[in-house]
Design a protein. Structure first.
Length: 165
């Protein structure tokens, strides 16, 4: 059994862009490294081309099964498809089922996060429900790495591990 590699991306123009590199091996998904860029904080907004170049550097020589991207990132998806190097999939973006499913996999030990993935680790600790909302809703801040993880879980992992939770 050889490992399969995937990348999940939450793409932001004004908001941060977060990318996670995932390795699935023996029924467990490992987030082995991450990329996180906040244009506001850096006071420089990157272009689609710059993000694509960053993506290529991020994955290096690894053979990537597919890249799962925030479905609202239309221009970035178009650019990646035109470049033709990677298989691109628009992410399943069902927020509440995605949060529940991701939590179930985390609790079952089916998702492990390398200690270098500081943005995701920090965000998981900050992720919170909106007490003022009518019904279940999350506060939409400090959630970009969590969103890219949710995209990976809902689009790839639950299909790879169907029936294991």
């Amino acid at each position: 059994d050889h490992p399969l590699y995937y990348v999940s991306i939450d793409y932001g123009t004004m908001n941060p862009t977060s990318m996670g590199l995932w390795r699935i091996y023996n029924g467990v998904a490992y987030r082995t490294k991450e990329y996180y860029y906040d244009g506001r904080k850096e006071r420089h907004q990157k272009t689609d081309n710059e993000y694509y170049d960053d993506l290529e550097r991020f994955v290096g020589d690894l053979s990537i099964q597919s890249i799962v991207v925030d479905p609202s990132a239309a221009s970035f998806i178009t650019l990646m498809r035109r470049r033709g190097k990677f298989s691109i999939r628009k992410a399943v973006n069902d927020v509440l089922p995605g949060i529940r499913t991701t939590a179930a996999y985390l609790n079952a030990g089916k998702i492990l996060i390398h200690e270098s993935c500081e943005s995701l680790i920090s965000e998981v600790g900050l992720y919170s429900w909106d007490e003022k909302a009518n019904g279940d809703a999350v506060i939409k801040e400090h959630d970009h790495a969590c969103d890219d993880m949710r995209y990976f879980v809902m689009t790839i992992l639950r299909r790879q591990l169907k029936g294991e939770i």
